[in-house]
Write a protein that binds this ligand. Sequence first.
Ligand SMILES: Nc1ncnc2c1ncn2[C@@H]1O[C@H](COP(=O)(O)OP(=O)(O)O)[C@@H](O)[C@H]1O
Ligand SMILES: CC(C)(COP(=O)(O)O)[C@@H](O)C(=O)NCCC(=O)O
Ligand SMILES: [Mn+2]
Length: 903
Amino acid sequence: MEALKADPVLGIDGIILKEEPEADKLRESQTEREMVPPAGNSIHRSGSRPQLDLSKAAIQGNFEERDPTILLPNQSDDISHLALDIGGSLIKLVYFSRREDRSIDDKRKKTVKERLGISNGNRRSYPILGGRLHFVKFETHKINECLEFISSKQLHRGGLDSHGWQSENPANDNVVIKATGGGAYKFADLFKERLGVSLDKEDEMDCLVAGANFLLKAIRHEAFTHMEGQKEFVQIDQIDLFPYLLVNVGSGVSMIKVDGDGKFQRVSGTNVGGGTYWGLGRLLTKCKSFDELLELSQRGDNRTIDMLVGDIYGGMDYNKIGLSASTIASSFGKAISENKELEDYRPEDISLSLLRMISYNIGQISYLNALRFGLKRIFFGGFFIRGHAYTMDTISFAVQFWSKGDMQAMFLRHEGFLGALGAFMSYEKHGLDDLMVHQLVERFPMGAPYTGGQIHGPPLGDLNEKISWMEKFVLKGTEITAPVPMAPPGTTGLGGFEVPSARGGTLRPDASNLNVGVLHLVPTLEVFPLLVDLKKYEPNTIDLGDHSELEYWLTLLSEHLSDLVDKAVASEGGTDDAKRRGDAFACAFSAHLARLMEEPAAYGKLGLANLLELREECLREFQFVDAYRTIKQRENEASLAVLPDLLVELDNMSEERRLLTLIEGVLAANIFDWGSRACVDLYHKGTIIEIYRMSRNKMQRPWRVDDFDLFKKRMLGSGDKRPQPHKRALLFVDNSGADIILGMLPLARELLRHGTEVVLVANSLPALNDVTAMELPDIVAEAAKHCDILRRAAEAGGLLVDVMVNSLDGSKDNSPSVPLMVVENGCGSPCIDLRQVSSELAAAAKDADLIVLEGMGRALHTNFNARFKCEALKLAMVKNQRLAEKLIKGNIYDCVCRYEPAS
Ligand SMILES: Nc1ncnc2c1ncn2[C@@H]1O[C@H](COP(=O)(O)OP(=O)(O)O)[C@@H](O)[C@H]1O
Ligand SMILES: CC(C)(COP(=O)(O)O)[C@@H](O)C(=O)NCCC(=O)O
Ligand SMILES: [Mn+2]
């Protein structure tokens, strides 16, 4: 790229990327046109109860609308709604919290909506569904804890009235709460007395089925198999869901044949269930808790107490009927022939023997019932399962053994919450059952690795309390602050009847809750309509199921952490508050990493995109709004300063040469990536100019993946024939600074010049140094000051509504331009899962015939293998050696230019 070698673009010499702790200064210099909203760096310390603040309430939008949205600008607390399942052993709570949408006045949005023809007409405005579903449980005999929890969170204040959700209303003493399970009858008076609420009883079976159907339809990877220590998530095809057998293993066991929504029959059950294991186990072992009993089983040897085939047959197999010597012939049978008392048996052995007895029995009866009705699939729920590997393996083995492999046992991540969820669904008009998979996002909050997302006692009302919790955890030294070495994947030897399989390590306290996060309901999310085959779409390129791969990425993220904390703290002015939050963030994120190192599938199917998003979510949880804000700003300024010279150079080139230079420019500028360890090391060693030079030098073609000639042919044609320009291009942009300003904007400009409408697709929320949709209009406005093409297109796209720009080239050309627009993608991550994008992006995609995915996160980690209905250009510099070797058999700083015609 000679033109750029000794030219004004390189005049950026001297701008050093090494950061100095001058965040305060920079913050002060932020102008009114600040590109990011101010950080919430003051910690709200009020311990007050949630209150509905109606002051300054205003109707948003059209007053004539039947159900206009009412904005409550001063309402910050959650409004919650609750449903209960009060069982013989445990009380399960599902509650919904809704934060009022404090939408920001985004001038870009209105025009884009008009342009793209997005109206609110097709979106229901009532009831407003956006919010979060939380899952919590308590032991039934500790019902007081449960009542306190409800009361401290004021969950009983939000019920349902005849018009749908009723807002929190302390004066309303006639709140009705949906409840199922026997306790809904037994404890009705207690709830009335203590909380002043009436329990509206829902049928238990109805609820179990409604809960299971909802989960299986709406949650991706809700179901999984568990065989010989291996968990495998199963994507159930909705049209192929029914019929199935639902086995709910609570205190007792219910077996329900499910044929459809609300169509079911309880076909069997057994009184030998979770209550039997816990009750009998407690008597026999003197254990104080269920978990203690389960943990004992992990160190047990049931041969000391169970009568095996070999015990009867003098150590021989009973081959004729296919039973080996180690098969259990009679659970606890050995106890009859030995002259021993209870004290003579190890509690560990008793617990294991009991667990195997009950699990096999349930597996076998389930199989028989599935056989009765010709059902192939059996889903097991209920808290007896407790996400416990050995219990699941045992049940799975029984089903497989008796059915000779014909049937499969499956388990549910929300195992014990089916009834409570069903009760919640029985509220009318909340619209939960209309929700689709892509409208649900599961997140694991800070407490998840420590307490299973469950913190009893006073709720964590504000950030300060959250931080205090983190500090307490650290003080107690209960958790690891860096990932621990990983145990090899569970192996189970022979499995099944002969040798107990996956026993697991130490049981984490209440691990059953660890696997359930908070479900965010986001009705505005949609599937990206240009995906060829949604069923085959897998956003993640790298399979983290591979043990060494997972270890590599978890370790890398852990090593990045201290650097990130420094940035985050500096971005908030380096105050003591910020430092405290930074430490808490580091603890929380490390704990997540450690947890995932121990149990990779703890949070569902794990991909690299999830890990990178988890980091951003964790930052946001501790109110780090934009950790890279100062860096982004500095790089934007530096890049904008050299843009005019770059544009002049580009304009002096032939069309063919320019196209190549533009693509090279995108690839080279993608090096400015603060998420890559190698790049950050680089920035500490040099200036932009040196890095640019190095990057440019690497640009020699052929690139490691190089479809440029194909793309050029599509753009410019061959011979005299000029191809039809693209109608609309979606440019998924990546980083701030050079990446967007010297890379993607000039490419956008070229497309505009060809007569192609351009939509810049950017993050909704900050992630690393990625540019956000909110920041783009200002960047484009700055760039437009130097370029007529951009100016006219940005005006046409509604991006320059209040910016006056004089015609730069003096041309009187006022002919209408194709528009340049900006849409948000719906994410706050360096990667993008195209199954869940903003409705704005989905609308913009409808007329697009070219998409350009830029950067490692969006074009390599995710979507590298994605197939699109339109043409796709995937551009990225690989800034990680391992990925380069694995993905493109190349080296760090190699480039990818993959062009794919419409599939
Ligand atoms: N922390 C716990 N305390 C008591 N029992 C537990 C716990 N975790 C799991 N269990 C098991 O779960 C069973 C209860 O399961 P659940 O689905 O809640 O049924 P129920 O509605 O009958 O209470 C208990 O009998 C016990 O076997
Ligand atoms: C987070 C990123 C995907 C961002 O890359 P980008 O999309 O900005 O090109 C990338 O920096 C990354 O994979 N980083 C982790 C690997 C490493 O430090 O090498
Ligand atoms: Mn990026």
